[in-house]
Design a protein around this ligand. Sequence first.
Ligand code: GDP
Ligand code: MG
Length: 271
Amino acid sequence: MKIRIALAGNPNSGKTTLFNALTGSHRSVGNWPGVTVEKKEGYLKDDGNVIITDLPGIYSLSPYTPEEKAARDYLINERPDAILNIIDGTNPERNLYLTTQLAELGIPMVCAVNMMDEVEKNGDDIDTEGMSKAMGCKVTKLSALKGTGVAESARAAIRAAGDGIAPRIKIFPADVESALVKIENTALATLPEELRRWFAVKLFERDAAAVAALPAPLKTQVGKKTESIIKEAEKACGDDSESIITNGRYTYIESLMKSCRKKKSAGKPTV
Ligand code: GDP
Ligand code: MG
């Protein structure tokens, strides 16, 4: 059976460099359906059973740009066996925003912190073990440019695909989390479990594109069941639901990096 691994990440995170290192010359280039965004697929070097797809570089899974839409449609409709999520280690905060969304898809994921040569050149480090514990998925270090950690990251992604276990990060504060669980258990109870978190967050955000993607009977029913739950959370948080989710992600990322980024200068006494 073929294993399908999708490379996801921000623009300039090193996806294409990694894709080339993983696939060598065994690749095909086309377009994503309906858009002139380049689609690259290839077999893992020395393993014809593993297909790597290079997703468009994106900052979030919003359905606004053609790149975001192509990546989101692929992940939701095609559901690869694992996501290999490339994070630029020199700017992890920005890259982790997308990570918090990818983690909700119910798809096994490995995070690969790239550009480690740059990070280490400055004497800094990233506690990938700590990140791994916090996010409930494997986090590797690599330099796609130098080729270090590339094979290990691919192996980790293959293992994650085999295990079939998706990350389950606790991102949001308690009252938001309980609203999401309520939405999962009432409006989305008939969906397969691995799909519920993604749709619960999207319903909470009142994302019309996500509602339209739900199966027919649910599509028309969910609004009635979720609106009171959303209103209650908005009242408790004093903010609109979309901002609640966005702020929740930023707060989570800030606290994660506070504990996992190891600055060389940190801890040194100031003059
Ligand atoms: P993409 O937009 O995600 O496909 O990123 P690219 O693969 O095109 O890489 C963007 C830039 O980062 C290029 O100049 C690469 O040479 C560079 N790059 C990629 N990986 C690394 C790495 O591990 N270390 C360093 N120092 N540069 C890298
Ligand atoms: Mg690229």
